[in-house]
Design a protein around this ligand. Structure first.
Ligand code: 5AD
Ligand code: SF4
Length: 449
């Protein structure tokens, strides 16, 4: 028996399914949905690929790097098929059409390559004999919501609950609309049912998920209305959401955010660029001034707001002057946290028609400059926490020191403190200091006012 990278002699578990997930939280939930469909039919999750009869790799296509990393990692599973030809191996997720055919050609040991709306076919496919060549199922039902399936969640304090699938925004650099299709919205009742069941199971935090949660609308209920209804679920301690598009983040939503717990004062508001001509070519449909006033309003209305963002550097045609606009905006925003990405050309996106003309070295330089500014503002914002007392939700013992616990403040800052409180409980913690990027604190009595 051979198997590069896999341990010899590990026994296969009957009906064992191993899922490896890349990319965003939407993909994490999709893996939980797939797992739920399979568990219902008697399969069970295993933690090691060597134990599995079914290996699934849920991939991401948002940037070329993510896609190629997933593809190169898939190759290693060929050893499992060699060792046991009965092993079924499938690639799931957001691969571009082009990448799906490439993968099927390059990795003939695969059984199937399937897009995000096709997973209902999986249980039946598992009962069929293995195909001679990988079968490709790029597109499923354009209305698929997997609404009737309760994701098979693993232990934790947080349950991700998807409220929309797909995206209609068509930002010119983004592959999501092509791979995840048109936006569709889950009915309010089914979101509430899933959230209630998750809370009853012990997930005291819910994070509502969508590519653009602000566009949620179902029979007269908009996103702020939905937030209020979820917030009213008994036993729920924290309610978060992602992601918000600045063009439709409303005052009504900011008012809901300002109401306080269980709604958490946290807003991930991707700006992508600070210069108006780049924003325009990105198809973002707002100006940098609109973003500035929205962020200022959010900070004014919501005390203790944690503001984070996504930025792309080196979009086609981004000049040094355009980039300086981004620097200026990022300096003004004093973000708590931000994810900065180098522009990556994606097949069949409108931006792919533009020349990817910012050299890689320049993209790296811009990325590093922004990261330095963000690191410094994040540090300043954290330092301001010292001396404050927060109701902290306990996530578990610290992996390094079991006599210490890890928790999160309402705005989402991680905090470490001595003690072994119960996981999922809420207690009051005073922030004592900042070491590196980690807040450290001590348990205190609940403040009287
Ligand atoms: N290149 C680089 N970054 C991208 N993102 C989306 N598409 C691309 C791309 N083609 C980033 C955006 C988005 C985040 C999830 O990924 O910043 O907000
Ligand atoms: Fe992509 Fe824009 Fe939709 Fe986000 S909002 S998924 S960046 S198209």
């Amino acid at each position: 028996m051979s198997g590069k990278g896999f341990q010899e002699g590990v026994e296969t578990v009957r009906g064992g399914v191993f899922i490896e997930t890349y990319g965003c939280q939407m993909n994490l939930v999709d893996s939980e949905i797939v797992m739920a469909m399979l568990e219902e039919r008697g399969y069970q999750r295993v933690d090691r690929a060597e134990q599995a009869e079914v290996v699934l790799i849920n991939t991401c296509a948002i940037r070329e790097h993510a896609e190629s990393k997933a593809i190169s990692n898939i190759g290693r599973f060929g050893a499992l098929k060699k060792r046991n030809p009965e092993t079924r191996i499938g690639v799931l997720g957001c691969l571009s059409k082009h990448a799906s055919s490439e993968i099927a050609k390059q990795l003939p040991f695969l059984d199937w390559v399937m897009g995000p709306d096709v997973y209902r076919r999986l249980p039946a496919l598992l009962l069929e004999p293995p195909p001679e060549v990988p079968l490709i199922f790029p597109k499923g039902s354009p209305n698929e919501l997997y609404d009737d399936i309760l994701p098979a969640r693993r232990e934790g304090t947080n349950a991700w609950v998807t409220i929309t699938r797909g995206c209609n925004n068509r930002c010119t650099y983004c592959v999501v609309p092509a791979v995840r299709g048109e936006e569709r919205h889950r009915p309010v009742e089914s979101i509430l049912r899933e959230a209630r069941e998750a809370v009853e199971e012990g997930f005291v935090q819910i994070t509502l998920l969508g590519q653009n949660v602000n566009s949620y609308a179902h029979e007269g209920t908009d996103f702020p209305d939905l937030m209020e209804q979820v917030a009213a679920i008994p036993g729920l301690k924290r309610l978060r959401f992602m992601t918000s598009h600045p063009k439709d983040c409303s005052d009504k939503l900011l008012d809901v955010l300002a109401k306080g717990l269980p709604v958490c004062p946290e807003l991930h508001l991707p700006v992508q660029a600070g210069g108006d001509s780049v924003l325009k070519r990105m198809g973002r449909k707002y100006t940098s001034d609109h973003y500035r006033s929205l962020a200022a309003k959010a900070r004014e209305k919501v005390p203790g707001l944690l503001l984070s963002t996504d930025i792309i550097v080196g979009f086609p045609g981004e000049s040094e002057a355009d980039f300086r606009e981004t620097v200026r905006l990022v300096e003004e925003m004093e973000y708590d946290n931000a994810f900065v990405y180098k522009y990556s050309e994606r097949p069949n996106t409108p931006a792919a028609k533009l020349e990817d003309d910012v050299p890689d070295g320049e993209k790296v330089r811009r990325l590093m400059e922004l990261n330095d500014i963000i690191q410094a503002s994040g540090q300043r914002n954290r330092l301001r926490q010292v001396g404050q007392v927060h109701p902290v939700l306990v996530e578990g013992p610290s992996p390094k020191k079991p006599e210490e616990a890890i928790g999160r403040t309402p705005s989402g800052h991680m905090i470490v403190f001595p003690g072994t409180p119960e996981f999922g409980s809420e207690l009051w913690v005073r922030v004592k200091k900042l070491s590196g990027m980690t807040l450290r604190g001590e348990i205190v009595d609940k403040p009287s006012s």
